[in-house]
Write a protein that binds this ligand. Structure first.
Ligand code: SF4
Ligand code: SF4
Length: 197
């Protein structure tokens, strides 16, 4: 499916899933014990502290993810994060199918309709940032691969002269641009938003 038709093709609803749960391990989290790994939470995840208090480590989000982009922490990110889901976009980015939020039994990942307006309003995984010193288009070699990879072209990302990419505040942080960047290391990276609500 061409990316430009993605917005129009979105449709369908989402399920409501509510519950509350907390674990002693979560309460024992120590920020100093966390790694410096750059990672994203799945789309619709609550702000970090509340997310950690609600996630019961059931793994249903990863099971539901058709893209298999959800991974689970071991002990490297602190006790509270063990077995919680995360995404490393350079390895595999989120395709915004919204299936993980549909199955989360506690609301740690909220259900969000797979519809452009809802995604733009409620998905705040992070925001992509272009390193102009690495980006080929800013180095005189017209590229634009990140623009074509974005499910929200001309909304979340635009291109100008020589296909130079410009990320807007509408970026939801799915990471498909970072995943697709042909430069090594990648010239566009998603900076996580841990305060997503
Ligand atoms: S929205 Fe879809 S692709 Fe993205 S993490 Fe959730 S299940 Fe996986
Ligand atoms: S992270 Fe990249 S691909 Fe995803 S919405 Fe933002 S600019 Fe588009």
């Amino acid at each position: 499916m061409r990316r430009r038709t993605f917005i129009q093709s979105m449709g369908g609803g989402a399920l409501a899933a509510l519950a509350t749960s907390a674990t002693a391990a979560n309460a024992a989290a120590s920020p100093s014990a966390r790694s410096t790994k750059r990672y994203l939470r799945p789309p619709g995840a609550l702000a970090e502290e509340e997310f950690l208090s609600r996630c019961i480590h059931c793994g249903q989000c990863g099971e539901a993810c058709p893209n298999r982009c959800i991974k689970y922490f071991g002990a490297e990110n602190g006790a509270a994060a063990i077995d919680t889901p995360y995404i490393e976009p350079r390895e595999k980015a989120c395709i915004l199918c919204m299936k993980c939020g549909d199955v989360c039994p506690t609301g740690a990942i909220r259900p969000i309709p797979r519809e452009a307006g809802a995604i733009l309003e409620h998905v705040h995984m992070g925001k992509a940032k272009v390193d102009e010193n690495l980006c080929l288009s800013f180095q005189g070699k017209s590229c634009g691969v990140c623009y074509w990879a974005c499910p929200l072209p001309d909304v979340a990302i635009t291109v100008g002269y020589m296909e130079q990419p410009h990320v807007t505040d509408a970026c939801v942080g799915c990471g498909l641009c970072e995943r697709s960047c042909i430069q090594m290391p990648q010239a566009i990276r998603v900076m996580p938003n841990r305060d997503a609500t």
